[in-house]
Design a protein around this ligand. Sequence first.
Ligand SMILES: *Cc1c(COP(=O)(O)O)cnc(C)c1O
Length: 464
Amino acid sequence: MDRQELLRGLPKVDRLMDGELAGLTNEYPRQQVLSELRDLREEINSGQGHERDLTAEAIRDRVAAGLARASLPYYRRVINATGVILHTGLGRAPLAPEAAEAVAELAVHPQRVEIDLESGDRGGRDRGCAELMRELTGCEDATVVNNNAAATLVILAAVARGRRVLVSRGELVEIGGSYRIPDIMRESGAVLAEVGTTNRTHLRDFEQAIDDQTGLILKVHTSNYRVVGFTAEVDIRALVGVGRKRGVPVVYDLGSGCMVDLAARGRVGDESVQELIAAGVDLVCFSGDKLLGGPQAGIIAGKTEAVDACRRHPLFRATRPGRLVYTALEATLRLYRGGDDVALARIPALRRLTAPAAELEDAAESWAAELARIPGLEVEAVSCASQAGSGSLPTHELPSWGVSLAPSWCSLDSLAAELRRGEPAILARTHDERLIFDLRTLDPDELEAIRERLATLASEPSES
Ligand SMILES: *Cc1c(COP(=O)(O)O)cnc(C)c1O
């Protein structure tokens, strides 16, 4: 049957609307049902629809499925089986239950943001998070903006506008999307002064580059890559030393600021925010939704004078977060008060990052045994590698375990598509003609949800 024939063979719109689709018009606006029906005809017309016997019942089912899909919100739950812990496409860090509860509770009520409840006066919106940052990191003061890109922009504009900012050539990074240090620098009104070479920059390079136009020394974490081989970078402590001697502030764009001791858990980690504050930097800035494990935010911490300069800058007002971000961030930070053990247990990003491979292996073996009972599924527990994601700990592969599978009833691509389009969406990764589900980013209830979905798909293979 060619397409035209197929279209001609379709039952008439009016007849369908009064007949097989009548039930749907009770559930959805008539206009929506009509438009879904037209989309289906269009699909057939353009050749995307697969040729098959389109009975009125088949049309009704397709229209009903389309309507159900279209009525789902755009922002909806996804099960992340990719093994990328902080997946930017999936919103990076999931919140700890404590943070989620605080948000759910306050979202439907007025809440304290700027009012000092003791005196009744207006105060700073960031006070709750600033207090906790002081307590947890030893910084003099701290504040919060919308994300870390905004934090860098605000810092440069507030501390170094119109002045030279020294950055090592090895650290002029581009980090996902459109965050590039030279571009941010230009937009901030600061003047980039490149120091050293791509692979080696020495302290003397900085010493020689400082002049009376120099407003800042900026160190940038090379989050998503590593320079390897014949390399040299200047330690932050040495930069702080030079900055002090010459009266130039030193700022570290940390990217993924971590506040627990990852090395103690067998993970290669960066220096913690606390260590950098102790090293005497004027400011550090980092994301709220990377390894901190909180909401999207940019946290600025350090010396009183520098933090205050940021707060007074007009860009600060333009990049301030919403009240629920402060709420989620405060609740997340409060978990760090309980020490590393509490933070690692309660904060999903940290728990996943530090889950021992042996534990994941056991879970993968027993889940694979369950999945093997589904007919038509070839299943195997496999060792694999997860990633922290979002440029955190880029070159460190996390040894992990997953389940690899291949269906007999359809192609791998169509199984992946079915899983993605279902509710909730399930995202796995494809490798060597297999779908891999990495246990590191999955919770037990999610394993069960995936198993159920696979069992359903196996029992009623879709024709598309
Ligand atoms: C991730 C990152 C940023 C950007 O942070 P966002 O919170 O995504 O805006 C900036 N600098 C470094 C070094 C980063 O790793």
